[in-house]
Design a protein around this ligand. Structure first.
Ligand SMILES: [Zn+2]
Length: 62
């Protein structure tokens, strides 16, 4: 079996990794995957804001 991080032969003390460094890397990936932060903040183009008002949908009622 080889280290899933770098592909080197695993070390008996750090299985399934080859060293503590690779173990830390895998741990970091695991943590970042668990606490994934949604980064879908896409600001709309300013040109569209100039043409139409943001409350344009309010019309039609009444
Ligand atoms: Zn490794």
């Amino acid at each position: 079996m080889t280290c899933p991080i770098c592909g080197k032969p695993t070390a008996p003390g750090f299985r399934p990794f080859c060293s503590r460094r690779c173990a830390d890397i895998d741990l970091g990936r695991w943590l970042t995957g668990q606490y994934r932060i949604p980064v879908s903040e896409q600001t709309p183009p300013e040109d569209e804001a100039e043409n139409s008002h943001p409350l344009d949908r309010s019309q039609g009622i009444g």
